[in-house]
Ligand binder design. Structure first.
Ligand code: ADP
Length: 385
C-alpha cells in the first residue's frame, strides 16, 4: 500500500538536513499527521528503530511514529508522525518578544523534556541532537522530543572490543583544519588575540592559542539558524562519531573528539536548553568548534584533569591550547536574576566531567520542580501563536 492511499498530502511543513516534511491527513479518520520523507534509507530505518524502541516506554513526550513506508530501491522512506506544529525555539522567540518567560512555565517545559530524555535513556538510546528546534509542541502545549535521525543505541558502542584492523578511523579534524579555523577567526577583528603559534607536524598536531577575551562583544554573533553539521559517519567501524549534534549544544567531550561518550552528552544539551529558556539567548553560541570551547571555558573555567578527569586523553585535547582563563565569568553571572534552584539545576547538567552530570531520572526529583513557583499545568502554558 502506498502512502497516498492512506494519507492525503496537504502541504510542505519544513525540511532538515536529511528530510522533507509535509503536513498530511489520515484518510481513515482525518487525523493530522506529518509525513517525513527521509532521503537516506539507513537514517530512516535508524529513526524508526529508535522511535519504536522508545515507544515501549509510552512516554507522552516523545513524538509518536504512526507508520513507516520503506522506499525500496527507487523511493525515499516515509515516516508518518503525529502532527506537531510548534517548537521550543518559537517559545524562546516569543518569550524574548514578551520580555521574559515566567519561571513556572520554564519548569513545565523542562519537566516535559526531561521526562522524554529519561524514557530514551531507559531504553539505551542517546538522542545526540537535543536542541530547542527538535523539541516539538502540540497546539495544546504538549512538548515532544523529535528528530531521532541521529539517535543511537548505547549497545552499538563496542567499548571492550579490540580494534578492527583496517577499520576506518573516525572523521577527525586535522592540524590543517584547525589552522584554517584559526585563520578564519583571526580574520574577524574581535578575534585579534587568536593566534597561530606553531604547527608541530604536517598532519598530526597543531599548537595554537585562542584567546576568548572579546567574545562577548562579538558583532558577528551567529544567527540562530545554525545548521546541524552533517554526521560524517564512522558508524560502520563501530566507534561513535564525535561530529554529533548542533555545535551550541555539544558537550565538551564531543568537542574534544571523544568517540566513546554516553548518554551524558544529552544531559549537557539539556543544561544548554534550560539556560536558553532562562536567558532567552543561547548560552554558548560558538561560531566554530574552537570558539565553542572558548565560550564554554570563558564561563565555566579551564578544562583540566582536575575539572574533568581523563580529558587529556581525549583525541583532540592536545591539539589546541587555550590561554588559561584566570577569572571565568561563572554560571551565576551568566544566568542573571534567577533563583538558586534554577542555577543549581544548570550546574547539575553543565559539568565538565560527564560522570558528574545528573541523570535525567534524578533530575525529575530536583527541588527545582517542587519549590515555588510550581510548574504550571500544561493547559496553563503560553503556546506560540
Ligand atoms: P531532519 O532530521 O532532516 O533535521 P526534522 O525531523 O528536524 O528533520 O524535520 C524538519 C522540519 O520539519 C522541522 O524543523 C519541523 O519544522 C518539521 N517537522 C518535523 N517533524 C514534524 C512533526 N511531527 N510535525 C510537524 N512538523 C514537523
Amino acid at each position: 500500500p502506498d502512502v497516498t492511499s492512506r494519507y492525503e498530502v496537504l502541504g510542505r511543513a519544513g525540511s532538515g538536513a536529511y528530510a522533507d516534511v509535509y503536513r498530511g491527513r489520515r484518510r481513515s479518520d482525518g487525523a493530522a499527521v506529518a509525513l517525513k520523507e527521509v532521503h537516506d534509507a539507513v537514517s530512516a530505518q535508524r529513526e524508526a528503530d529508535a522511535l519504536l524502541a522508545v515507544a515501549s516506554e509510552s512516554s507522552p513526550h516523545v513524538v509518536a511514529l504512526l507508520d513507516h513506508f520503506p522506499g525500496g530501491d527507487h523511493d525515499d522512506d516515509v515516516l508518518v508522525l503525529e502532527w506537531l506544529p510548534l517548537d521550543l525555539a518559537a517559545v524562546v522567540r516569543d518569550g524574548k518578544r514578551a520580555g521574559g518567560l515566567p519561571a513556572a512555565q520554564v519548569k513545565r517545559w523542562m519537566l516535559q523534556v526531561i521526562e522524554a530524555v529519561a524514557a530514551c535513556h531507559r531504553v539505551g538510546l542517546v538522542h545526540r541532537d537535543l536542541k530547542p528546534g527538535n523539541l516539538l509542541i502540540s497546539e495544546a502545549g504538549v512538548l515532544k522530543v523529535a528528530d531521532f535521525g541521529q539517535a543511537r543505541f548505547l549497545q552499538e558502542q563496542p567499548t571492550h572490543e579490540p580494534e578492527i584492523p583496517g577499520a576506518q578511523e573516525p572523521e577527525r579534524l586535522t592540524a590543517a583544519d584547525y589552522l584554517d579555523e584559526i585563520d578564519q577567526l583571526r580574520a574577524k577583528s574581535t578575534y585579534g588575540d587568536v593566534d597561530r603559534m606553531s604547527l608541530q607536524d604536517g598532519n598530526t598536531s597543531c599548537f595554537a592559542t585562542c584567546s576568548t577575551a572579546d567574545i562577548d562583544d562579538d558583532p558577528f554573533r551567529a544567527s540562530y539558524s545554525y545548521d546541524a553539521e552533517e554526521d560524517m559517519g564512522d558508524e560502520e567501524s563501530g566507534a561513535f562519531t564525535s561530529c554529533v549534534g548542533t555545535r551550541w549544544f555539544r558537550a565538551p567531550e564531543l568537542l574534544y573528539g571523544s568517540t566513546n561518550y554516553g548518554q551524558e552528552i544529552d544531559l549537557w544539551s539539556l543544561g544548554c536548553i534550560l539556560a536558553e529558556l532562562l536567558n532567552l539567548e543561547p548560552i554558548f553560541p560558538g561560531q566554530s568548534d574552537i570558539d565553542q570551547i572558548g565560550r564554554i571555558i570563558g564561563v565555566l573555567g579551564n578544562i583540566t584533569e582536575e575539572s574533568f578527569p581523563g580529558c587529556s586523553n581525549l583525541p583532540d585535547y592536545n591539539k589546541i591550547f587555550f590561554n588559561k582563563v584566570e577569572k571565568p565569568v561563572g554560571l551565576e553571572a551568566s544566568i542573571t536574576n534567577r533563583s538558586a534552584s534554577e542555577v543549581s539545576m544548570i550546574k547539575r547538567l553543565l559539568c565538565y566531567d560527564p560522570a558528574k552530570r545528573a541523570s535525567a531520572s534524578h533530575l525529575l526529583n530536583d527541588p527545582y520542580f517542587t519549590e515555588e513557583p510550581l510548574p504550571v499545568p500544561i493547559a496553563g502554558l503560553q503556546v506560540p501563536a
